[in-house]
Design a protein around this ligand. Structure first.
Ligand SMILES: [Zn+2]
Length: 135
C-alpha cells in the first residue's frame, strides 16, 4: 500500500504548535485565558468570547465518541486501500471536539455513542495524527 498521494494537513504558523506537539506524542488544544473555553482546531480568537489571549494546553488523551460514519466508498484514490474505515467526532475530556478515526476495532462500525476512547497517535508521512481506540 502506497500513501504517496494521501492528502495531508496544511501546516501553518498558527497550527504549528499542534503538529509539533503530536510529533512528540502529545495532543494539545487551545484554551482562552479570559473565559476558559477550550477548542480545536487552531484559530486566532476564542470561538466563545472572541478574545485573542489564549494558550496551548496538553490533553489527557481521555475522550468519548460523539458520532461516526463508516466509509465503504473511496472519494479520494488514496483511501481506496483503507476501505471500509470510520470517520468519527470525538470529544476530549477537556471539552474540545475533533474529527478523527477510531482504530483497533474488529469492524470499523463496532462503536457506541458515548463510548470511552483513548488517544493513539499514528504516523502518516511527515505528520503524527491523533486517532483513538477503545479505552
Ligand atoms: Zn474566551
Amino acid at each position: 500500500m502506497s500513501d504517496i498521494d494521501l492528502p495531508l494537513p496544511q501546516r501553518t504558523e498558527l497550527n504549528a504548535p499542534y503538529w509539533d506537539s503530536l510529533a512528540q506524542c502529545q495532543l494539545s488544544f487551545q484554551r482562552c485565558r479570559r473565559c476558559g473555553h477550550a477548542w480545536l482546531p487552531a484559530r486566532t480568537e476564542c470561538p466563545s468570547c472572541l478574545e485573542a489571549d489564549w494558550h496551548w494546553q496538553p490533553a489527557s488523551g481521555h475522550a468519548k465518541l460523539v458520532s461516526w460514519v463508516v466509509f465503504h466508498i473511496a472519494y479520494h484514490e488514496a483511501f481506496k486501500n483503507r476501505l471500509p474505515y470510520n470517520v468519527a467526532i470525538v470529544e476530549l475530556a477537556e471539552g474540545p471536539r475533533l474529527i478523527s478515526n477510531v482504530v483497533g476495532l474488529a469492524e470499523p462500525g463496532d462503536l457506541t455513542i458515548d463510548q470511552a476512547l483513548k488517544l493513539r497517535i499514528e504516523r502518516e508521512g511527515d505528520f503524527a495524527l491523533p486517532r483513538f481506540e477503545p479505552a
